[in-house]
Design a protein around this ligand. Sequence first.
Ligand SMILES: NC(=O)c1ccc[n+]([C@@H]2O[C@H](COP(=O)([O-])OP(=O)(O)OC[C@H]3O[C@@H](n4cnc5c(N)ncnc54)[C@H](OP(=O)(O)O)[C@@H]3O)[C@@H](O)[C@H]2O)c1
Length: 254
Amino acid sequence: MGDRFRLDGLTAVVTGGGGGVGAAGAEALAQAGADVVLIARNRAKLEAAAGSVEAQGRRAWIVEADVTDAASVKAAADQIAAEAGKVDILFNNAGVTSPKTLFDLPPEEFRRILDVNVSGAFLCAQAFAPGMVARRFGRIINMGSILSGRGMASRTAYSASKAGLANLGAALAFELGPHGVTVNTLGATVVVTDLNRELVRTQPELYGQVVKRTALGRLGELADLTGVLVFLASDAARFITGQTLYVDGGYTAG
Ligand SMILES: NC(=O)c1ccc[n+]([C@@H]2O[C@H](COP(=O)([O-])OP(=O)(O)OC[C@H]3O[C@@H](n4cnc5c(N)ncnc54)[C@H](OP(=O)(O)O)[C@@H]3O)[C@@H](O)[C@H]2O)c1
């Protein structure tokens, strides 16, 4: 039974692999047996994350790329094909946020957030799904949010983007399902990382409300997410697709 949760012999691509969730996810995938390709724009952070993968006895590759740039994603896919070979798991994790409301969010900032959080996942799926389809096996896991299925004031663009990402996943589940590829979204609650550390510090009321309406009464931790990521990538989750799996201590149950 335990073997069904292992990822030995598989290769995962993790976008935003230098950051909190991406780096922790990469380490967990490696612990479960996968080799990992880490993608982001900042090489220095990727190097630290690659070290954590290698510490698990797995291979790590670093690829500098901007997920919003189709040519950059294509070049990354070519580099990965040459250096790492096949890609079995795509963790679409690169993401950005903004704390602005409808009235103070510049249109270009709104577009930028949708570009990274939705178009980036689309471009990566477009780059890596063909190989999965050809081999009739693949796992695409999108990094969603509790805001994938509901809104929050002053998270205007982020709410729109994470809902778009989840529904992109649902559509891709139908397109890729007949080819043996599953597509799911991980709906995470707040975990303090570089993405939101300053917001958590300056908006204690908002985050206090999140804790208050969470059944388990706290914010998330990276370790709350990584096991679910490995599960969704594994054979144990082979009949789950098109879903948003909330890992939120019960926040969305209320
Ligand atoms: N932290 C939370 O509370 C929380 C909750 C739910 C969901 N999430 C989601 O989890 C994911 C990871 O966030 P995090 O909390 O770990 O934040 P983070 O530490 O800021 O990580 C974000 C990562 O995305 C990368 N990135 C941003 N723009 C990119 C681009 N254009 N091309 C390639 N990579 C890009 C960043 O690397 P570079 O800047 O070097 O490119 C960084 O590695 C995001 O999708 C976020 O929305 C986070």
